[in-house]
Ligand binder design. Structure first.
Ligand code: CUA
Length: 354
């Protein structure tokens, strides 16, 4: 029974269909890490086999047999043997150290040539992504939240920092884990395989950062070149200010409440583009184009969105009572006690903003 339970636990880790696995590398960098893992694994496996074989041999060959009363010969030290079992590990560790250091230095080297710059800002408990080289007519960078788009086959360099506490950015299939620390910049290179175009890969915060740490997730979309260009053009555009229907009523509520923390770039029917609201929470300009809500925890459906606006804390643990707007600190979305109609209007507005 114990063997069955242990076997099941052991074999469960062999599943290849896991959403976040570094054993399923999809980028140049993740493949480098995976090769290093393979090398260390097989060397470790070889050592295990040799040591266990020697142990079993010694147990069987030198076991006490019936009628064996004499004490075995007592030995203290064997210089030749000790030199051999000191030198072998030194050689093995040297063999591991060379590719380990090469990989480490390689992954830390700044991106060269043609690469895309992305700024990653960790917040309690969501991710902000900015593209400093993709600007609108007024020089504002493309800004989005919780869903990162990267061109497949091209290197992107992520410049990462935090607005509050230490987080850690981790997409196991694309890159190693890297801390996201307030007051400093850490960098991470990702070169997704060209064949990943059209794929979505999940990631998540990997450093305990408070109440909703486990729900500080994100999705990485790997786009073909033309898809990435279409996506960035779409995201740079302003969203329309609705003039009629439930969307217009939703816009009233939006500007009365949501803009306390959320920002949106909007365009009036007359063609005036304006950025409204405060950039304390996720930018909502193209919220309707995102596939998830609440930092990647649920799919972006009408039902989930209504539930989220109605009672955010039921979807994700947060502490909005600790919000300090003057200090620019947001710890969660408050429940404004909106009625069903107001919620439906807000949902209509946000779904219109593709
Ligand atoms: Cu952010 Cu854990």
């Amino acid at each position: 029974m114990a063997a069955v339970v242990l076997g099941a636990l052991f074999l469960a880790s062999c599943s290849s269909d896991l959403p976040q696995s570094s054993l399923n590398p999809q980028s140049v960098e993740a493949e480098q890490i995976d090769r290093l893992w393979d090398l260390v694994f097989w060397i470790g496996f070889g050592v295990f086999v040799v040591v266990e074989a020697a142990l079993i041999y010694a147990i069987v060959r030198f076991r006490k047999r019936p009628g064996d009363e004499a004490e075995p010969k007592q030995v203290h030290g064997n210089t030749r043997l000790e030199i051999v079992w000191s030198i072998i590990p030194v050689v093995i560790l040297a063999v591991i150290a060379v590719p380990t250091l090469t990989t480490l230095f390689d992954l830390r080297r700044p991106a060269e040539g043609d690469f895309l710059r992305v700024e990653v800002i960790g917040h309690q408990w969501w991710w902000e992504f900015r593209y400093p080289d993709i600007l609108d007519g007024d020089g504002r960078p493309l800004t989005t939240a919780n869903e990162l788009h990267l061109p497949a086959g091209t290197t992107s360099e992520l410049q990462m920092t935090s607005a509050d506490v230490i987080h850690s950015f981790w997409v196991p299939s694309l890159a190693g884990k890297r801390d996201v620390v307030p007051g400093r910049f850490n960098y991470l290179k990702i070169t997704p395989d060209p064949g990943t175009a059209g794929d979505m890969i999940k990631g998540q915060c990997a450093e305990y950062c408070g109440l909703a740490h486990a729900d500080m997730r994100f999705r990485v979309f790997l786009d073909g070149e033309s898809d990435f260009e279409a996506w960035s053009a779409e995201q740079l555009a302003a969203s329309p200010v609705p003039t009629e229907g439930p969307e217009a009523a939703g816009y009233e509520t939006f500007t009365a409440l949501c803009t306390t923390c959320h920002q949106a770039k909007v365009e009036t029917p007359e063609g005036t583009v304006d950025v409204i609201g405060a950039a304390l929470g996720p930018d909502l300009t193209h919220f309707g184009s995102r596939t998830s809500i609440g930092a990647g925890i649920e799919d972006n459906t009408t039902e989930h969105l209504a539930e989220w606006i109605d009672n955010p804390a039921s979807v994700k643990p947060m502490s909005p009572e600790m919000n300090d707007l003057a200090a620019g600190r947001i710890m969660g979305m408050p429940d404004y006690g909106l009625d069903d109609q107001q919620i439906a209007e807000l949902v209509a507005l946000l779904e219109m903003w593709k």
